[in-house]
Design a protein around this ligand. Structure first.
Ligand SMILES: [Zn+2]
Length: 168
């Protein structure tokens, strides 16, 4: 029991660390995403303004060049933000997958094996019976009928059961 506690404490600390790291990455990603969108939006505005002025002055070219640069930079920042989000989630998946999900999956398997195997057997039985009776119904609807006395399969046109002689 003591070993389990130590292990659980270790896991808890790991999760705390990962949660903090994830929060930081997500926060940085959010800031970068907002900045990137702002820069990209400014770039689009500058580009639109530069193009709409319709004259090739130095300032116009400056607007277009600056706008284009900001647009590319803004999208670049958004990509970095996306990467940060991805890293945040990748860390989460890796950490939780290794330390949390695997033991839980193991426990669940054991739990299922110990507590539910009789139930599973019953369920399997029920399914098998269902399949059998379903099959019977299907066969009845085709060209077979079952003896009401002994359950033997008989041709639907048979007048007597081929096994017990029961009259249909
Ligand atoms: Zn019969």
């Amino acid at each position: 029991m003591e070993e389990n506690n130590v292990e659980m404490n270790g896991k808890y600390v790991n999760e705390e660390t990962h949660a903090r790291m994830k929060k930081k990455l997500k926060k940085a990603g959010k800031v970068l995403l907002i900045l990137g969108l702002l820069v990209a939006a400014t770039g689009i505005a500058l580009l639109a303004f530069g193009i709409s002025t319709d004259s090739l002055k130095h300032s116009t070219i400056g607007f277009i060049a600056g706008g284009g640069f900001m647009l590319v930079g803004g999208f670049g920042m958004c990509s970095v933000a996306g990467a940060l989000f991805y890293v945040a989630h990748a860390r989460e998946i890796a950490a939780f997958g290794a330390s949390t999900i695997a033991p839980i999956a193991g426990e669940t398997t054991n739990y299922l094996a110990e507590k539910t195997s009789p139930g599973v057997e019953k369920l399997a039985d029920a399914i098998a019976k269902g399949v059998r009776s379903g099959g019977q119904k299907n066969e009845v609807s085709e060209d077979i009928k079952y003896c009401t006395k002994c359950g033997e399969k008989n041709h639907k046109d048979a007048q007597f059961c081929q096994k017990c002689g029961n009259k249909f």
